[in-house]
Design a protein around this ligand. Structure first.
Ligand code: GUN
Ligand code: FE
Length: 459
């Protein structure tokens, strides 16, 4: 059926393909063909140039009647972007509140905004916008933080599922340390509501096709030992993800160790609470002790690096190179609204800039993140952090087709000649897109082989 984008017809894409296969290895295939089955799985990635009819013959089994999309010379396929850390309820505060430190920002902006999600109508309105907007910006997977409200959290999961976005969602748990007591709850309610949300999220997507539950202790200062332990047991019982903050500022770390006096390092507390797992996502990880590095490395927990947010709140610098050198999983997060930009495309530039500033300050060039590395962090690194490295992040047979069709025609003048002759200069095109492109260059966004957003998506 021509024009059918509902995922019932197999698809073949022919054109330039660009992805980071490893930290150092940006692969550019000038004329690739990718076959996607009706259920959204990549059936083949062929780097031999071929016409549509040659491919339909070559892959006759299942693809003889495939819908063929041939990219233009100024376009390329790029893996869907992965946002490993975004606070959905803070969405209306984007670009506001940069005056203060983390604590002041919480008091004046974040805590009152999050408290307002006792209103489910507000949750419906904002969360429909968050999921649609981030998808259009290319985030095919997002690890969402929510507020303390179970109902609003469930609405967030509904919105992601309805929009066709891969997502990790859980109820935020806070029973201490917030800037106003009214924005906290009791440990009993916190645990019961967290469990309610876990069960609800499992019920709306029982096979875990797109939406996955997590437990969500906001961070050390906000969850006393019994609550941490309760959430750890919930994580173990339901095999959920974990999302939390760690070592964002020195005072955040100090306050954690005050509330958890049995420990001398932040991650020991998560470890003892059963919360340090291969499906744990820890935002920031700036003020780490050597033991924290050992714990991250041993547990296979992942780090969400949020360069824009860390700059806005003047938190400090995540030493991404030190994490990568230890084999610790790292991805990029927007951390909206502490970060003002809800785009991982922009986070790649931000990560590059922050790494260069760190290199200057330390007088050590090794802190600079190279181009293939920032692409890796925004795609495959993120996939590792969200435990989906076998599913998404690169184009490989057997993975799901989560992809962007990017067009640089509106980004750089055709007169630059980058895509005119023969195969074009794919490396220059992708570099110019990362540093100069905006959302209008993201023409199509696919999740699970299904067209869900983009300038040319008509959705
Ligand atoms: N630490 C605790 N809560 C938050 C939050 O919402 N954003 C950021 N950046 N840090 C936090
Ligand atoms: Fe955060």
């Amino acid at each position: 059926v021509p024009g059918n984008e509902g995922g019932v017809q197999p698809k073949i894409f022919i054109g330039r393909l660009i992805h980071s296969k490893s930290l150092k290895d940006l692969e550019i295939i000038p004329r690739a063909a990718i076959g996607v089955t009706t259920n959204g799985t990549i059936a083949f990635v062929d780097s031999e140039p071929a016409t549509a009819s040659q491919l339909q013959t070559r892959y006759a089994k299942g693809f003889a009647h495939a819908q063929v999309t041939t990219l233009t010379k100024s376009q390329f396929l790029f893996p869907g972007l992965i946002d490993t850390h975004l606070h959905a309820p803070q969405w209306p505060n984007l670009a506001l509140g940069m005056e203060g430190t983390l604590r002041e920002w919480c008091e004046n902006y974040t805590d009152p905004m999050e408290a307002s999600y006792s209103s489910t109508s507000k949750a419906r309105r904002v969360y429909a916008d968050v999921t649609k907007t981030t998808l259009a910006l290319g985030s095919t997977t997002v690890a969402y933080n929510s507020s303390i409200h179970a109902e609003a959290t469930n609405i967030l999961a509904d919105c992601a599922l309805k929009a066709g976005q891969r997502a990790i969602v859980g109820k935020m748990c806070i029973t201490a340390g917030s800037t106003h007591g009214n924005w906290e709850e009791s440990a009993e309610v916190s645990l019961a509501d967290s469990e309610k949300s876990v069960k609800y999220i499992r019920s709306i997507d029982p096979e875990g096709r797109l939406v996955h539950p997590c437990v969500q202790p906001r961070g050390g200062p906000y969850c006393p030992p019994e609550l941490m332990r309760g959430l750890g047991e919930q994580c173990e019982k339901y095999r959920t993800y974990v999302q939390a903050h760690m070592c964002e500022t020195q005072s955040d770390t100090d306050r954690t160790l005050e509330l958890h006096p049995n420990y001398t390092c932040y991650s020991d507390m998560y470890l003892a609470s059963l919360l340090l797992t291969p499906r744990t996502i820890l935002a920031h990880c700036i003020y780490l002790q050597p033991r924290d590095l050992d714990n991250l490395s041993r547990s296979r927990a992942g780090v969400a690096h949020n360069p824009n947010s860390n700059t806005c709140l003047r938190d400090g610098d995540c030493r991404v190179r030190d994490l990568l050198d230890r084999g610790i999983k790292v991805g990029l997060g927007t951390d909206c609204s502490a970060g003002y930009m809800p785009s991982i495309h922009d986070a790649m530039r931000s990560a590059s800039n922050v790494s260069r500033n760190l290199a200057v300050r330390e007088g050590e060039g090794r802190y600079v993140l190279g181009f293939s590395e920032v692409v890796w962090l925004g795609t495959m690194g993120g996939a590792e952090v969200v435990g989906m490295e076998d599913l998404v992040g690169t184009f490989e047979t057997g993975k799901r087709f989560d992809a962007l069709v990017v067009d640089v025609e509106g980004v750089i003048s055709a007169d630059a000649g980058l895509w005119e002759d023969g195969e074009g200069d794919g490396e220059a095109m992708v570099k110019k897109w990362v540093f100069l492109g905006d959302k209008t260059s993201i023409k199509k966004v696919y999740v699970d082989g299904k067209l869900v957003a983009g300038q040319d998506a008509g959705v």
